[in-house]
Design a protein around this ligand. Structure first.
Ligand code: HEC
Length: 151
């Protein structure tokens, strides 16, 4: 008898685990705030790298690595901000995010990969690597915004 209850509890908790992946558990407006806050912090750290990439500021490998580390951490975190039901409200997310999930996932996967390569490039301390990788990462930003963010 007791084992039935345990089995039922396990089934229930597995079920809610799956639901958490597909549907917003937080209020949709909180997801939208979370997405914007994430991107604001990402944008801030891109702006810390930009003057070093453009040669307006001497390359400081420790500072560049710190900034790139934040970018590498926040990219996969951003990917968790788009559960079903978070497409309405004060958001610039386009409906294509949910109607073309495979295409969106590709854009997100590229972004995550290039963010992680940005961290490797910063750690290398090589100015050319850093500049090239900053360009590659920036392309994933504008590429995704063109297709999936409202103007
Ligand atoms: C895979 C898609 C994708 C990638 C890659 C991406 N973004 Fe975004 N970004 C979005 C979407 C979608 C929004 C709109 C979020 C919303 O309003 O809910 C957004 C919003 C923003 C905003 C506005 C935030 C606000 O306060 O409204 C900034 C700034 C931004 N992104 C910067 C960046 C930068 C810099 C990069 C690259 C380092 C980047 N994004 C990469 C999809 C992406």
């Amino acid at each position: 008898m007791k084992s039935h209850w345990i089995a039922a509890a396990v089934t229930l908790s597995l079920g809610s685990g799956i639901a958490a992946e597909a549907f917003a558990q937080e209020k949709p407006e909180n997801y939208i705030r979370f997405r914007k806050a994430n991107q604001q912090v990402v944008s801030w750290h891109m702006r810390q790298l930009a003057p070093m990439v453009k040669g307006q500021q001497a390359l400081d490998v420790a500072a560049a690595t710190n900034a790139a580390n934040v970018l590498a951490v926040l990219a996969p975190v951003f990917a968790t901000g788009f559960p079903a039901g978070t497409d309405q409200g004060d958001t610039r997310a386009r409906p294509e995010i949910w109607s073309q999930p495979d295409k969106y996932k590709q854009a997100m996967d590229r972004y995550i990969a290039e963010s992680s390569k940005m961290l490797e490039a910063a750690r290398s301390g090589n100015a050319d690597n850093i500049r090239t990788q900053f360009g590659a990462l920036s392309k994933t930003c504008s590429g995704c915004h063109d297709d999936f963010r409202k103007k």
